[in-house]
Design a binder for this molecule. Structure first.
Ligand SMILES: Nc1ncnc2c1ncn2[C@@H]1O[C@H](COP(=O)(O)OP(=O)(O)OP(=O)(O)O)[C@@H](O)[C@H]1O
Length: 259
């Protein structure tokens, strides 16, 4: 079957003052895949996520999403791209003065013709899909555990039935059981909804459990992409250490134990 590049980056340059974070970076993300982005601290994983999600403009290069040049999009096209994508930030980035349900309803307010009753019902559905109990809808973020806040952030990212979701370190700060449950949730949502998932992570267990493909950021670009098996054969020092180090071995043992 022909692969469709739902996201296509060419020649991306990201710069803050004199600091060049990305230089001539290319990447394709295939429709329906879970792509895990890894790299050393400060290699620009979050900046890349923000660039693709339209939250910052690259200094050079193009971002195509759904075949549209997002870097040249007019207001109408940008709104359409925003509707077809969802973003979940590390801490959930929820509004503290709103309940979980109200947070999930925020993106829906931009959609004409949704009555408050319908918004509420849709928000409850997303809350439930994200593995939260019904009762969580009436709670404020401060009343939730870190793991529940992440799920609430995911529910909000799913609010408009996106085709792509961006997840920034979804399992950071979760205990191993919570992290593993979140991995299962992401994989399940991707498979059931045909979602494309772009996730930034340091978590080797997440790479094993959820990702179809991995992209490694190093030397200001995407150094290599491929499956976990492909990564094991890469000779670059950082990539080798990351995928063969003691943590990698532990993650591999955990994965084999679960199969
Ligand atoms: N708004 C900003 N202003 C100035 N520099 C920034 C800004 N955002 C990011 N940077 C710089 O860009 C580089 C990449 O940051 P980014 O957060 O994308 O790294 P990362 O790979 O996600 O790191 P980590 O794994 O530690 O989260 C860093 O050197 C950071 O200081």
């Amino acid at each position: 079957m022909e692969r469709e590049a739902i996201i296509s980056l060419r020649g991306i340059r990201s710069q803050f003052g004199q600091t060049v974070v990305h230089d001539n970076l290319d990447l394709d993300v295939w429709r329906g895949e879970v792509l895990g982005v890894v790299g050393g601290s400060g290699t620009g994983k979050s900046v890349l996520l923000r660039t693709i999600a339209g939250l910052r403009r690259p200094q050079a290069g193009t971002v195509h999403m759904f075949g549209i040049d997002a870097t040249a999009a007019n207001e109408e096209e940008r709104a359409m791209l925003d509707r077809r994508t969802g973003v979940m930030f590390q801490d959930g980035a929820l509004f503290s003065s709103l309940t979980v349900r109200e947070n999930v309803e925020v993106p829906m307010r931009a959609v004409d013709g949704l009555t408050p009753k319908l918004r509420r019902a849709l928000a409850d559905l997303k809350i439930s899909m994200s593995g939260l109990p019904w009762s969580a809808g009436d709670k404020y973020p401060s009343e939730l555990s870190g793991g529940m806040r992440k799920r609430a952030g995911l529910a909000r990212a799913l609010a408009l039935d996106p085709e792509i979701v961006f997840l920034d370190e979804p399992t950071a700060g979760l205990d191993p059981i919570g992290a593993s449950e979140f991995d299962t949730l992401i994989k399940g949502l991707s498979r059931q909804l045909g979602l494309t998932v772009f996730l930034v992570t340091h978590d080797l267990d997440t790479l094993h459990a959820t990702c179809d493909r991995i992209a490694v950021l190093a030397e200001k670009r995407v150094l290599v992409t491929g499956t976990m098996a492909d990564m094991m054969k890469v000779d670059h020092p950082w990539v080798h250490e990351y995928f063969h180090g003691p943590r990698a071995r532990a993650a591999m043992v955990a994965k084999d134990g679960n199969e």
